[in-house]
Design a protein. Structure first.
Length: 209
């Protein structure tokens, strides 16, 4: 029976490695979101990138603009790739749910598609902690796949996973409950560059504490 269980997030993304970056790294909406965030930031901002993956495109774009970036990811393979690809940023292998976060310690937080293997309670609790980690007036960019699913087994780029998410309205409400004033919202349909990929909805939110 153990062989049938979906693999934990760290194992899934260890297996995917650079394949994930190839599949998702060219998303126009993701790059638009980064440009919007960069336009809001003061020079030399301190930024937390949650689920930093290979470091591209998020940490790379932010570090190239002169910001102080800390990326965190559960996957040691992803962290190794990120350190090699984006040496200007700092990367740590850690489960952000277990990470100490000091109130008001960041100017911005990015959470791009890094909540989907957490329960709804975990997602909501983490969003609240991340918002508290922002300085007053700090910025947050968050993206998810807005589907009303809870602990659903699926296959993601050939890897067995369990996925939990919110519908778009409920996710936006959760972000607001966490303490963000939503300043921008966009929905897109994106097809990853992978032979097993299908079009999937993406929701991008920007907000301020």
């Amino acid at each position: 029976m153990d062989e049938e269980r979906p693999r934990p997030a760290a194992a899934v993304f260890d297996a995917l490695g650079a394949t994930y970056e190839h599949a998702f790294g060219d998303s126009p909406a993701h790059h638009d979101s980064l440009r919007r965030l960069l336009g809001d930031l003061a020079p030399g901002s301190r930024i937390l990138d949650v689920g930093s993956g290979t470091g591209k495109p998020t940490a790379a774009a932010l570090a190239a603009a002169g910001h102080d970036v800390l990326g965190v990811d559960v996957s040691p393979v992803m962290v190794g790739l990120a350190r090699r690809q984006v040496p200007q940023a700092e990367f740590r292998q850690v489960d952000v749910r277990e990470m100490a976060l000091e109130d008001g310690s960041f100017d911005a937080v990015c959470v791009y598609f890094s909540l989907l293997q957490m329960s709804r309670d975990e997602q909501s609790a983490l969003l609240g902690r991340l918002v508290r980690a922002l300085r007053p007036g700090g910025h947050c960019a968050v993206a998810t796949v807005p589907l009303d699913v809870e602990d659903v087994q699926g296959v993601f780029m050939g890897q067995d996973v369990r996925v939990t998410s919110f519908g778009a309205e409920d996710f936006t409400a959760a972000v607001r409950r966490a303490g963000l004033s939503v300043t921008h919202e966009e929905s897109h349909l994106f097809t990853p560059a992978h032979p097993d990929a299908r079009p999937e909805p993406h929701l991008y939110l920007h907000g301020r504490r």
